[in-house]
Design a protein around this ligand. Structure first.
Ligand SMILES: Nc1nc2c(ncn2[C@@H]2O[C@H](COP(=O)(O)O[C@H]3[C@@H](O)[C@H](n4cnc5c(=O)[nH]c(N)nc54)O[C@@H]3COP(=O)(O)O)[C@@H](O)[C@H]2O)c(=O)[nH]1
Length: 935
């Protein structure tokens, strides 16, 4: 300061002390109050000599105690004044105080520090805080005496640690190791972070301070976090500056990246588009700034571009410092989204069903409807949306019905079943209707909880079923009445069934049996023969088939009638059955044909025995209605296997043999030979040709004159049939008449002969030929045929012939066989004016009684008696006897077969009136006969 007290210059420290540089200001301004006055005194004194005093400076409103030392400026200073050295004595004191305070604080820090702190000097542990003692289990004093290696897991670990730390410290650097494993006194291990630095970096000998921080828990937490991340199915990533810094396996799996691919990947790549990313970032980061969590569900993009749905949670690692980045956790919810979508659709569908169902649907809880669909509202008469809270009780007409429904429902629900019923329900306006209810609890384990009900209006069905029930009741009444009626009818029906069964049995029997004789018929015979052949073939045995045809049966049948024929057939059947063994089969094929099947018979002797027995059985005459009928069989025999191997062949061969028996004179049996096949064939061919001959006009009547012995003129013409066969020429009657008779064709052919002869007679008469009687042959079968008389009458009427010109010749045998019936026919013919003669007289057995009664005019002595007349005295005696008989009965006699004059002479001697024979003429055709007549 100069002598005026103005500060000439001040150093920087002074400026610090004063708060600003005081240069140029009066020195006294630096002091306050009383101190300024003292300073003024000291300023003056300072000009004179050195001074030391204390004062108070005013600095920024505060007082600072200073010690001031002053001395006058040296003379060479160029100015008068004094220098002043200010020492801030308050600062020192405060420094001391601060030091003390600092030491206390440091002590407190050391004592309470959460980290272990250790001071060492080379080879010496100086001090440690309680936390370190706690960490290692040794007090500071104990530690000072211990080998530091004890605190490590091994000596090697200690030495490695020491070398590494000392190397760093030796370079004046700070040693830091994140995780070092230490051993506690009790042997347990812990992890610590160690930081060490020299107390004075340039002087290591001044010691080293070690900070030991127990990081076991943090390490464990970090490991757990790592495990959590690595094993979590959630995607976890850490982002910073909008790039992925770390992510877990779950993240890689969710987004399709390989390990290492995601580090530094822009987060934006996880989003479908920049817009998506911006939208999410725009929503998330403002929350992060507030330290809040962001949550959202959004579409995310996988590495390959596939979009997935992810639920994301993001939050800042350190809400106070965004630079630490963010944690993002994402969950793949694609499948859930899909399921939710499906569920949503299903719910929509359900809702649609609910809304449009034709059934009423309601949810009920605690006796009230929670809601009902439109149909339900309609059924019960509620406006749309007004069914919520409606008491179920109000849906029933009365409390009683409601209670009954409740009890039933509770019982069904408790039993775990759907409650289905039909009940009378009430609309809001009181109108009742029948509803079919179906209810079930939402949760079967809580039957008293919420339940779902379906209601259908079944009033119409109910009424219909009521109607049906009424109708059914009515019907049942009627059915009862009808049942009673039917019971009676049923009894009748049962009787009918029995009858029908019997009829069926009869039909079945008839199908296989001959209705007349009861014998097996052709079908059953074929079946038995078939079986017998099989059995014989298996046993290597034989069997015989015997074909029987009754001789002259047809004649008897035709002449004596069917009743006689039937009786005869039954008798034959009976005799045949008795003649053979029970094991043999007697069958009737039809007509007069029988077959006897004899299993086991193979030799000629065996067959002959059976054949003889049959002939013998039929030999005795059959007596019927006064007739004594003689019947005989023609039997054809063939043997299996020699003569045939099947039914058809055996039957055919037996039949052929039978024809042979017939040809051999009847009443005999013949064994089949191959030769017979030809004969049978011829026989069948003849029959076939004969059937066509009439139609083809192959028949032709010939005429043989019967001469009057006295006049030697033609007395009559015998009509003799010829068959003008296209190949065989003129066939004589003996070759085809038997076949015509046998087949019954004799009836139409015989009628044709009568008609043709009458027509011829009329033709001759018209030609001027004098009328000559015609002698027409009637076979026995033709004679007995019931149509004979009528047909003769018709022919006479139609041709106009004089009946007196017609004479019928009937064989003696035919006449005698049929007794009274014959008489009747003869009478009818006779009454028509026609004459009758007995042909072949002498060959049969005439009953004189009948002979006497028959209206016959003539008898013809058979030519067998004429043939040997000259030589045979017996024939002559017969002729004489016949002549005597005829005379006594007043019958005319014709001798036929007269071939010689001698025969003629003898006959004349016997008084025979008429003769016929080749001596006069053979049978002539019509022209020749006419010529003979007009001669
Ligand atoms: N029911 C019918 N029977 C008829 C018919 N036409 C003929 N016949 C019968 O056929 C048998 C054979 O007749 P046929 O071969 O014509 O023989 C007759 C004469 O030709 C034969 N005859 C006459 N004279 C002689 C003779 O001197 N010697 C001789 N060896 N034969 C002679 O006799 C037959 C006439 O016999 P009959 O009738 O007994 O007078 C025969 O039995 C005919 O009856 C017909 O249309 N219907």
């Amino acid at each position: 300061c100069d002598v005026s007290g103005r500060i000439i210059a001040a150093n920087a420290a002074m400026a610090d002390l004063a708060g600003e540089s005081p240069a140029g200001r009066p020195l006294l301004d630096l002091f306050t109050g009383r101190a300024a006055r003292q300073a003024a005194v000291e300023l003056r004194r300072a000009m004179r000599g050195e001074r030391r005093w204390r004062g108070l400076l005013a600095v920024n409103g505060e007082q600072v105690t200073v010690e001031v030392r002053s001395r006058p400026l040296p003379r060479d200073a160029g100015t008068l004044g004094a220098s002043f050295v200010f020492t801030d004595v308050g600062a020192y004191e405060r420094g001391q105080e601060a030091l003390r305070t600092s030491l206390c604080e440091q002590k407190a820090i050391l004592d309470h520090a959460p980290v272990g702190i250790l001071f060492t000097k080379p080879g010496l542990l100086k001090e440690c805080n309680p936390r370190l003692s706690e960490m290692v289990g040794f007090s500071a004093a104990e530690l000072a005496r211990r080998d530091p290696a004890e605190m490590f897991t091994s000596r090697a670990a200690f030495e490695a640690f020491r070398d590494e730390a000392f190397a760093a410290l030796a370079e004046g650097a700070i040693f830091e190791k994140a995780e070092v494993q230490f051993r506690h006194r009790d042997g347990s291990l812990f992890w610590a972070r160690v930081r060490a630095s020299a107390v004075v970096p340039s002087r290591r000998e001044d010691g080293t301070i070690w900070i030991v921080e127990d990081v076991s828990e943090r390490r464990q937490a970090r490991r757990e976090l790592l495990a959590l991340m690595n094993n979590s199915s959630l995607a976890i990533m850490f982002t910073r500056e909008k790039r992925i810094r770390r992510c877990n396996a779950g993240f890689l799996a969710m987004f399709g990246y390989e390990p290492g691919e995601c580090e530094d990947l822009p987060v934006q790549r996880l989003h479908p588009s920049q817009d998506d990313f911006d939208r999410i970032a725009g929503a998330a980061y403002p929350l992060f700034e507030q330290g809040r969590t962001y949550q959202a569900e959004a579409q995310l993009a996988k590495k390959d571009g596939t979009l997935i749905w992810g639920k994301m949670i993001g939050y800042p690692v350190n809400p106070d410092d965004p630079s630490h980045g963010y944690v993002w956790i994402a969950e793949d919810r694609t499948r859930q989204r899909r399921d939710e979508q499906s569920l949503r659709v299903a719910l929509q569908e359900n809702q649609a069903i609910f809304d449009t169902a034709v059934l009423g649907i309601a949810v009920v809880e605690h006796g009230h409807t929670l809601h009902g669909n439109r149909k339900m509202e309609e059924l019960f008469g509620y406006a749309p949306g007004t069914m919520r809270g409606v008491p179920v009780r109000s849906l029933y007409p009365d409390a009683e019905l409601w209670q009954a429904a409740r009890l039933d429902t509770a019982r069904d629900f408790a039993a775990g079943r759907v409650s289905v019923s039909e009940r009378l329900l009430a609309r809001r306006d009181g109108v009742t209707f029948w509803g079919r209810l179906s209810g079930r609890p939402f949760d079967l384990d809580h039957p008293g909880g919420r339940s779902l009900w379906l209601v259908d209006d079944v009033t119409a069905q109910h009424e219909a079923s009521d109607a049906v029930r009424r109708a059914r009741d009515e019907l049942e009444l009627r059915v009862d009445a009808r049942t009673a009626e039917l019971a009676g009818a049923n009894a009748l029906l049962q009787d009918e069934i029995v009858e029908r069964r019997q009829a069926e049995a009869r039909v079945h029997h008839m199908a296989y049996h001959d209705s007349l004789t009861g014998l097996p018929n052709r079908a059953l015979l074929a079946d038995r023969l078939e079986h017998a052949i099989l059995a014989a073939r298996r046993a290597g045995a034989c069997l015989a088939v015997m074909f029987l045809d009754l001789d002259r049966f047809k004649t008897i049948n035709d002449s004596l009638g069917h009743a006689t024929g039937d009786f005869l057939l039954k008798e034959v059947a009976s005799r045949l059955c008795r003649a053979v063994r029970a094991s043999d089969t007697v069958a009737r094929l039809g007509g007069d044909e029988f077959v006897v099947l004899v299993p086991g018979a193979g030799s000629r002797d065996e067959c002959s025995q059976v054949g003889d027995k049959i002939i013998e059985a039929l030999a005795a005459p059959v007596r019927f209605e006064g007739h004594s009928l003689h019947i005989s069989p023609s039997i054809g025999i063939c043997v299996f296997p020699d003569d045939g191997g099947d039914v058809d062949i055996l039957m055919r061969h037996a039949d052929a043999a039978m024809y042979q028996a017939k040809a051999a004179g009847r009443n005999n049996y013949q064994f089949f030979t191959e030769r017979m096949n030809g004969a049978a064939a011829r026989h069948f061919a003849l029959e076939s040709n004969l059937r066509q001959a009439l139609a083809k006009g192959e028949f032709e009547p010939f005429y043989q004159p019967i001469m009057d012995m006295g006049t030697r003129r033609v007395h009559a013409l015998e009509v003799l049939l010829r068959w003008r066969h296209p190949e065989r020429g003129l066939v004589l009657p003996d070759d085809f008449i038997p076949m015509l008779e046998e087949s019954g064709m004799i009836v139409p052919v015989g009628e044709w002969v009568i008609r043709r002869a009458c027509e011829q007679s009329m033709a001759w008469q018209r030609a001027g030929v004098a009328p000559v009687p015609l002698a027409i042959n009637l076979s026995a079968r033709q004679f007995m045929h019931r149509t004979l008389v009528a047909s003769i009458k018709r022919i006479v009427d139609e041709t106009g012939i004089d009946p007196a010109l017609v004479e019928f010749e009937i064989t003696e045998t035919a006449l005698m066989q049929h007794g009274e019936q014959t008489l009747d026919i003869l009478d009818q013919i006779n009454r028509m004016g026609m004459r009758l003669s007995i042909d072949d007289f002498g060959t049969g057995y005439s009953s004189l009684a009948y002979l006497k009664r028959f209206p016959v005019r003539k008898i013809k002595i058979d030519r067998v008696f004429i043939r040997e007349l000259e030589a045979s005295s017996e024939d002559r005696a017969i002729v004489a006897a016949v002549m005597a008989l005829a005379n006594s009965l007043q019958l005319q006699v014709v001798a036929e077969g007269v071939e010689t004059e001698e025969q003629l002479a003898l006959l004349r001697d016997y008084g025979c009136q008429y003769v016929q024979g080749w001596l006069f003429a053979r049978a002539l055709d019509a022209d020749a006969a006419q010529a003979l007549l007009v001669r």
